[in-house]
Write a protein that binds this ligand. Structure first.
Ligand code: BDR
Ligand code: CA
Length: 314
């Protein structure tokens, strides 16, 4: 039996596609469902993409549950089209999937799966945290019933990416993120502190071209759009592996250095979406009082994780 039974909550998304295929190609992981959120596109689009990705991988047996179209307390206006394309898959404009999402909502699916298998299911959100917060609101007991929550999001000790202060997934639903970091459940934060140290170079990416796998061929079609963005904006001849690094944490946790910190998400100012860490020393500051400790990834052997991801995807 796989070591980890997981649900990925996702907004596919180019690096989301890498993360989903990484999970499907990893014997340590059993993917029991995808739930979809807005972020890299609106939720209708990301649901189509999730279905397409499973079809490409020959895994349409895995259910997809569509999630919320909007954040819990704000408005979603700007999909990440500049990074991921208008179709969020590098403007490949693939044909529509032949399969459909299940009738349950993302939050309902998460609640049912977690409550039916106490302490077995790990949630891996790699988009805004709306569905996870909604699942907690529907059934707070999932906090005790889940095995772990491993989040791609946030920036504890480094600048943001969507604003100087905030990382994109957290920024898109700040109130949901603060709820999720504040719940009494075991949370690991895989944020920009480590995902921006995990880079797949253009030379590594070239290996996708020679692969016979349909999933690698799909990645070979979509990644150039993302690579153009990072070349232009980040002056980097490679891409950041945000979402696949989060999945790789499950497979190789010893490549990550972590610290236990209290996390609050800034909601009031121009720094909206900043994940502010507090160490044991300043845990008495009012805003951080009575918060649970979060396992925050602060450093990584990025080259090792990038090699691992490439090996599983090619
Ligand atoms: C996160 O934002 C999205 O663009 C990526 O898919 C990733 O989940 C990185 O900030
Ligand atoms: Ca994502």
């Amino acid at each position: 039996m796989a070591q980890h039974r997981i649900i990925i909550d996702t907004d596919p998304g180019i690096d989301d596609a890498m993360a989903i295929f990484f999970a499907l190609n990893s014997p340590e992981i059993e993917l029991i469902g995808l739930t979809t959120t807005f972020g890299n596109g609106h939720t209708d689009l990301t649901t189509i993409n999730a279905l397409r990705l499973l079809e490409i991988a020959g895994r349409s047996d895995i259910p997809v549950a569509q999630g919320a179209p909007q954040p819990i307390a704000s408005a979603f206006e700007e999909p990440g089209a500049v990074v991921h394309g208008d179709d969020a898959q590098g403007n490949l404009n693939l044909p529509l999937p032949t399969t459909q999402a299940i009738q349950q909502s993302a939050a309902e699916f998460i609640v049912e799966q977690v409550m039916n298998a106490p302490r077995e299911i790990t949630l891996v959100p790699i988009g805004p945290l709306t569905n996870i917060a909604m699942a907690l609101q529907i059934e707070p007991r999932i906090a005790q019933a889940v095995r772990e929550v491993v989040i791609m999001g946030g920036n504890a000790l480094c600048p943001g990416n969507i604003t100087p202060a905030a990382e994109a997934n957290i920024f898109h639903d700040v109130e949901a993120a603060d709820l999720v970091f504040g719940a009494e459940w075991p949370v690991t934060m895989v944020g920009l502190d480590v995902t921006q140290k995990t880079i797949m170079t253009a030379a590594q990416l070239a290996q996708f071209e020679g692969s016979a796998k349909a999933t690698a061929q799909h990645l070979n079609g979509i990644i150039p759009f993302y690579l153009n963005f990072t070349r232009e904006v980040n002056k980097l001849d490679g891409i950041f592996l945000h979402d696949p690094t989060t999945l790789a944490y499950l497979v190789a946790p010893d490549a990550f250095k972590t610290e236990k910190l209290y996390i609050r998400v800034e909601s009031e100012s121009f720094s909206r979406g900043k994940t502010w860490p507090a160490s044991f020393m300043n845990k008495w500051s009012t805003a951080w009082l009575n918060r649970p400790l979060v396992n925050v990834c602060v450093d990584i052997d990025g080259a090792r994780i990038s090699d691992l991801i490439l090996e599983r995807l090619v």
